[in-house]
Design a protein around this ligand. Structure first.
Ligand code: PLP
Length: 471
């Protein structure tokens, strides 16, 4: 019987076959050669362990398989996309886009060494939070601050530090689930603290908290119901009332405010979002929020509050596992610096720029784009359409933001095929489907991206093979 290994073509033979030969020029000779070698070595093992009737593919088949395998890593699955969904803080699309100043700061810190944990004045080791602490305390009125990987980490860390092995009292109306894996009762369990539920889903009174306080109580907790509202016959305790109760019993109050606005956003249609400074003013001991929601910065969790409480959290051994890296710190510091000027912050923090764009601007862009899109082969009709959109990122769907879209009916195929093609195009575009039309919602599209929507929608008959996509 013939040894199938002898039928496997050599590296040099394979490199002469078109898909790989072309790739040597496009990618790089050494990347392709090393890819072919690795693939062949795995393939030989496979052949040796396979059944005797194993049929070795032809050299061309093999070259195609190897080319596909190499290409997979050449087109990263994490890549920039145009967000035309209208959802401003789309968790799947990376939440808040960063300000130019934040990008610049990250890039400078990334390119070399930085003073992330040294004091420039003394040369001594210092703490990384100092890069942002003064900005955070000035902007929120708190005494101290600490930064973690995200708000989920901030919650876990605050609960572990302040209440492991003991009870935390929370209203039954606030046992939130944010995006699947973040469920307050589960986070509480993971932290080692015990959840003590009080009140009912719709009504919780101060007396309910008070009656639950006992030997085992470690803290009182208030959680913002970011993605739902209890309406109708309801009653809630304010942070101020909870703080007073906490003081009377020498118990810290943890306030998870969620999205963490630093400014009042009611003029943009965002109501009932707690503002960090107000929670501090009400006296909360630890106020927790995300950096990449309403603040418009990088992904991180921010805890501001009383010095004694923050120090305790910062010194917990788990802090090390949840701390932020230097790039995040640089981006956060640069973003916070933009908030010092209330006059210009709307223009410099992209999330605020997008949410504050007047509807008339969006409408005139939609009116300009619609005929350009309608002229493309791929498009049957394209019309401007007023609509409403939402914040996203775990916020309530009751807060509507005015927007303007271009509604498109594709010339061929279904709307869902059209959406798939745009997602896999260059640049990738995400929109939304409404009543058999594809909507480009301009609320989340930067003006410089308008022209790219046209390029992305154009069908290119000689487009690279669909094998380049990773669906
Ligand atoms: C979003 C949110 C979280 C989780 O924050 P991440 O930064 O996504 O980890 C926790 N609590 C509340 C109330 C939230 O809104």
């Amino acid at each position: 019987m013939q040894n199938p290994l002898r039928n496997i073509p050599s590296v040099n033979e394979l490199l002469e076959i078109p898909p790989l030969r072309g790739m040597v020029d496009r990618v790089s000779h050494s990347v392709v050669v090393s890819g072919v070698r690795t693939f062949l070595s795995d393939f030989r093992d496979e052949v040796q362990t396979a059944a005797s009737e194993f049929k070795v593919p032809t050299a061309t088949e093999l070259a195609e398989r190897i080319a596909e395998w190499i290409v997979k890593d050449e087109t990263p699955s994490l890549r920039p996309v145009i967000n035309a969904t209208g959802i401003l803080l789309h968790t799947g699309l990376g939440r808040a886009p960063l300000a130019g100043e934040a990008i610049q700061a990250m890039s400078e810190v990334a390119a070399g060494y930085s003073s992330v944990e040294v004091d420039l004045a003394t040369g001594e080791r210092s703490q990384r939070v100092l890069a942002v602490e003064s900005l955070l305390t000035k902007l929120t009125g708190a005494e101290a601050a600490v930064v973690t990987n995200n708000n989920a980490a901030a919650t876990l860390l605050a609960l572990t530090t302040l209440a492991a092995g003991r009870e935390v009292i929370v209203s039954r109306g606030q046992l939130i689930e944010i995006g699947g894996s973040f469920r307050l009762p589960d986070v509480m369990t993971a932290s080692g603290a015990r959840l003590r539920e009080v009140g009912t889903t719709n009504k919780t009174r101060l007396a309910d908290y008070e009656q639950a306080i006992g030997e085992e109580t470690a803290a009182l907790m208030n959680v913002h119901t970011s993605n739902y509202r209890v309406v109708g016959f309801t009653e809630e305790v304010t942070t101020t009332e909870l703080v007073k109760l906490g003081r009377d019993h020498k118990l810290p109050v943890i306030d998870d405010i969620g999205s963490g606005a630093l400014l009042d956003l009611t003029k943009y249609g965002i109501n009932e979002e707690p503002i960090a400074a107000e929670s501090i003013k009400a006296g909360a001991d630890a106020v927790l929020f995300s950096g990449d929601k309403l603040l418009g910065g990088p992904q991180c969790g921010i805890i501001v509050g009383r010095r004694s409480v923050i120090d305790q959290i910062a010194e917990h051994p788990m802090m090390r596992a949840m701390r932020v890296d230097k790039l995040t710190l640089a981006a956060l510091a640069a973003t916070l610096r933009l908030y010092r000027d209330p006059e210009t912050v709307e223009l410099s923090v992209p999330f605020l720029t997008l949410i504050s764009t007047p509807i008339e601007n969006l409408r005139s862009r939609a009116e300009r784009l619609a005929p350009q899109l309608a002229a493309l082969d791929a498009v049957a009709t394209a019309n401007p359409m007023d609509d409403v959109t939402y914040l996203g990122g775990g916020s309530v769907p009751t807060q509507q933001i005015k927007t303007c879209c271009v509604a498109v009916t594709p010339a061929v195929g279904s709307v869902s095929d059209f959406a798939t093609r745009l997602r896999n195009g260059c640049p990738a575009v995400f929109g939304r489907i409404f009543q058999d039309r594809f909507l480009f919602d301009l609320r989340t599209v930067f003006p410089h991206q308008d022209a790219m929507l046209i390029t992305a929608t154009e069908t290119r008959p000689n487009e690279a093979s669909p094998k380049n996509t990773d669906d």
